[in-house]
Design a binder for this molecule. Structure first.
Ligand code: C2E
Ligand code: MG
Ligand code: MG
Ligand code: MG
Length: 296
């Protein structure tokens, strides 16, 4: 009996393991064909100036629409893509699509809007960031000043000398660089001396708790001061309410991004947003957002 039980436990365990492995392999197999099958999509989320209220840029955020699984979150499939090496072709698709889109908006004479693309640290073990980016700018004909790369602290920590050289090459042609999720990595602040990035993005965890936890508000204010003293711009992500917005503005934050002004939306919807001239209302009593040419 013990033998049977032990055995069935063992079988149950391997089954569970197999299931997890299988799911991962399945996800990987399906991800392999996702771009070709037209299942990948970029959404664009506005970045808004707190000085003027205008949209100044957007962040491209990847979605995978699987016929059976539905929309898979990047938090779930980016790690699979990184482990399997698929991150290289997928990132290629992302960067090309974002550059072509930004070029189309510029050609259509819409207001100047930078497009930011997230860069995976793991991807860079496999390719040269500067060569790849410059090649894509050439291929798509996008003005380098309209492209922004969002990098994480872990990426910078990889190979400092090489990354400094990479940043210099990108800066030379005018590509914008920002540090994403700032304050959540483990790297020393000293890297900020050597990396001439344009923008620090305050992580949304600090913004979310800023109104209720004084420590988070202190961190937000400190990051804004740090950024400005180093001559960087600073943007807050995860801005969900008018209160967040007002407090960030009071502390001198330059830009915001979050559900308060706008969620990530498909390209056509983002373009409609640009054409509508929608701005952030900066009035004192400041309730949400209004469209300048709203019909209502
Ligand atoms: P991230 O770059 O920090 O992007 C911000 C995330 O916060 C996005 O989640 C966005 O939808 C979400 N967000 C924006 N505003 C708000 C808000 O007001 N409240 C809340 N609660 N969330 C907000 P998403 O799109 O699920 O992406 C998650 C992460 O996946 C991104 O974090 C980024 O690290 C990664 N990712 C997304 N697209 C790509 C991509 O094309 N390539 C790579 N390598 N990573 C990507
Ligand atoms: Mg980002
Ligand atoms: Mg972030
Ligand atoms: Mg994040």
């Amino acid at each position: 009996r013990a033998k049977v039980l032990g055995r069935s436990t063992y079988v149950g365990f391997t089954q569970a393991m197999n299931q997890e492995t299988r799911q991962r392999v399945d996800l990987e197999t399906q991800l392999r064909g996702a771009a070709a099958a037209g299942q990948l999509q970029l959404l664009y989320q506005p970045k808004v100036s707190l000085a003027t209220g205008a949209i100044v840029g957007c962040e491209a955020l990847l979605r995978w629409h699987h016929p059976l699984l539905g929309t898979v979150s990047p938090a779930r499939f980016i790690p699979v893509a990184e482990d399997s090496g698929l991150i290289v072709p997928i990132s290629d698709w992302v960067l090309r699509t974002a550059c072509l889109q930004a070029r189309a908006w510029a050609d259509a004479g819409l207001q100047r809007t930078t497009v930011a693309v997230n860069i995976s640290a793991r991807q860079l073990l496999q390719q040269d960031l500067a060569a790849w980016t410059l090649g894509m700018l050439q291929e798509t004909g996008l003005a380098p000043g309209l492209l922004e790369l969002e990098l994480t602290e872990s990426l910078i920590a990889q190979d400092v000398e090489k990354m400094i050289a990479t940043f210099e090459r990108l800066k030379q042609v005018g590509v914008r660089l920002s540090i994403d999720d700032f304050g959540t990595g483990y790297s020393s602040l000293s890297y900020l001396k050597h990396f001439r990035v344009d923008t620090l993005k305050i992580d949304q965890s600090f913004v979310r708790n800023m109104l209720t936890q004084s420590e988070d508000e202190t961190i937000v204010r400190a990051v804004i001061a740090l950024a400005h003293n180093l001559k960087f711009k600073v943007i807050a992500e995860g801005v969900e309410t008018a209160e967040h917005c007002q407090l960030l503005r009071a502390h001198g934050c330059d830009e915001i991004q979050g559900y308060y002004f706008g969620k990530p939306v498909p390209a056509a919807e983002f373009e409609a947003l640009l054409r509508s001239g929608k701005c952030l209302s900066l009035a004192e009593e400041a309730s949400p957002v209004h469209a300048l040419d709203d019909e209502s």
